[in-house]
Design a protein around this ligand. Sequence first.
Ligand code: SAH
Length: 379
Amino acid sequence: MASVIRDPLRAWLHDVVERAGFPDIDAFVRHYGLKPFRLRQLYRAATKELLERPGEMTSLPKELRAALTDRGVEFSAITPIAVQHSRDGQTTKGLFRLHDGAEVEAVLMEHRGGRTTLCISSQAGCAFACAFCATGQAGFTRNLRAGEIFDQAWFFARQLAPRGKRVSNVVFMGMGEPFHNYEAVMTAVAMLNDPHGFGLGHRHITISTVGLVDRIDAFADEHLQVNLAISLHAPTDELRSQLMPVNRRFPLRELLAACERYVEKTNRKVFFEYVMLAGMNDDADCARRLAALMRGRLYHVNLIPYNATPDAEFGASSEKRIWEFAGILDAAGVPTTVRRNMGRDIAAACGQLRVETQPKAAGGLAHRRRHFSRGALLH
Ligand code: SAH
């Protein structure tokens, strides 16, 4: 029923060979006289065995290994620039540079009991300009390719492996709007999920969107077990348009109708995110209006404590206010949770991801060193 067949091996390999200077996979295959199983070997070495380059592959004939090494074939499309750990050690933020100099961040959260959640970026910057979000305030740079999205998970999987841990959940809640880069995100999902490669179950992946109605419909038609989260943040059009300009294009009635169609088609629950902004959207009236929108449906509300952004004009709701708000939803029978905050001290919490505008060359490194003073510099 899926609308498009996405081949994770070909998508991944295409970018690897292109970076090594080949126009496409066929040219690469011809150049080395490769049998098809060699391509599967390369893909598996990177995505399942988490190797970094063909030189590490003992399964390859020596000459081929040497030839690929000489050519500079590398599996990852992204270069880690800095890695920073929160004081409690549970949160790690990675800053990555892409081949054209664009930069993105990803955040790993290690929960008690061994479970991990990785928050990844789908775009450098974001075009949607939500008033409270650091990424949105910085504007849009470009879409990531599927491999650049996947490689964020690959990097952290490699970090975790020596400790016997793995990336157990992936959420598209980093920089960017995943449904604004729909095809690459769906291909990255196929890469993450591929049982012959990374092998992460669809149920362990969540896509979070500002609410692009046409893409919610397309996503429903994919019939994947991937979770859908909607950034709602307000129960009225007036307030939502103030906080999220996208609401002018897709107002609440249309957005919620798309969510209903999604539930009807997939029988899957929809998660609604609601960031708690003091005096904006956190009073009892908002809670009652929100409850009225959510009640009696296959919906779950996740209240997010607001994290201050560099030029914040908003304040965070008090904990008391958040729990009162949750209480009203709960009393109305709406399943509600309050998100736990992680990584605030390294500006790695929800909505805090923003790569500073880059100064050039040497100055850039000095700047970065200050910016990431608590972290370990990799380069
Ligand atoms: N573009 C996607 C992914 C963005 S980040 C989306 O909007 O859903 C994931 C969540 O963090 C979104 O719900 C977003 O609104 C929220 N968020 C953004 N800035 C925040 C902040 N400063 N504090 C708390 N949550 C924030």
